[in-house]
Write a protein that binds this ligand. Structure first.
Ligand SMILES: [Zn+2]
Ligand SMILES: [Zn+2]
Length: 250
């Protein structure tokens, strides 16, 4: 993220903020390395990245892989895709806003992210992928399970369960606090365990692809161990099974 922030500053934001020079009350906040400027820049680049991930890959998945005959299912809502896109579109900026403080802490060295592969070696990098999947799957299981508690379900998680027959566009169609809560384990991981910075960003993007893929009803695997589309489809239709993200053992 540090690299992306620097590149964004270099190619876009330095010139953009220079235009704001002369506006007295803004001047302190647009100086390079000022937290307000960094928060704003991180917000914009994460928002653009989030929308690209969602719209580009959910669209590719929808047009090339999704079985459109699913729309004839009686549980498919009228104009469902528009409703899914509408919910995701207003939720993503709020999720991004809540995520930016994590990015900021990570950039400023408060997490255990490292930049040099040799610091921990290639073996540890491979191990950290497995640890990342295990740790985040475990926490998401318990967070997701808690979201099904009647005291919070109706306002927090029910919006995502409006989609009894999901499409790729349901992947990010959450109440923003629901989507954010289920992303907190990714950030917690790098505050608990060392992880290479590039690997972390790659894993973060892959997690988004996975989230899209488990909503497209294309059963890449029906292996009982993986919580893929086959299992998550059951979660949307029957509610009481398969709360995990990647695996089923919890
Ligand atoms: Zn659920
Ligand atoms: Zn879902």
């Amino acid at each position: 993220m540090e690299f992306i922030l620097e590149a964004a500053d270099h190619y876009v934001f330095n010139q953009a903020y220079a235009q704001l020079n002369g506006i007295k009350f803004l001047e302190p906040y647009i100086q390079i390395h000022h937290p307000a400027r960094e928060f704003f820049t991180l917000f914009i680049i994460t928002l653009i990245g989030g929308y690209i991930l969602y719209f580009a890959f959910a669209s590719i998945d929808y047009y090339f892989f999704f079985d459109k005959s699913v729309k004839n299912d009686p549980k498919y809502l009228k104009n469902q895709i528009s409703k899914e896109i509408f919910m995701a579109t207003w939720s993503i900026p709020i999720m991004v806003g809540l995520t930016v403080p994590w990015w900021w802490l990570e950039i400023h060295g408060y997490s255990r992210i490292y930049h040099n592969v040799d610091d921990y070696g290639v073996g540890y990098m491979v191990f950290s992928i497995l640890a990342f999947l295990f740790f985040t799957d475990m926490l998401i299981y318990f967070i997701h399970r808690a979201e099904h508690h009647p005291s919070v379900y109706w306002w927090l998680h029910k919006p995502h369960h409006l989609w009894k027959v999901s499409t790729p566009f349901a992947s990010h169609a959450f109440h923003p606090l629901d989507g954010y809560a289920q992303s907190v384990p990714y950030h917690l991981f790098v505050f608990c365990f060392p992880m290479h910075s590039t690997l972390y960003l790659v894993m973060f993007a892959l997690v988004n692809f996975w989230t899209i893929s488990i909503h497209d009803r294309i059963y890449l695997t029906k292996a009982s161990f993986f919580n893929g589309a086959a299992h998550h489809t059951v979660h949307h239709s029957d509610f009481n099974y398969n709360y995990g993200q990647y695996f089923t053992f919890w």
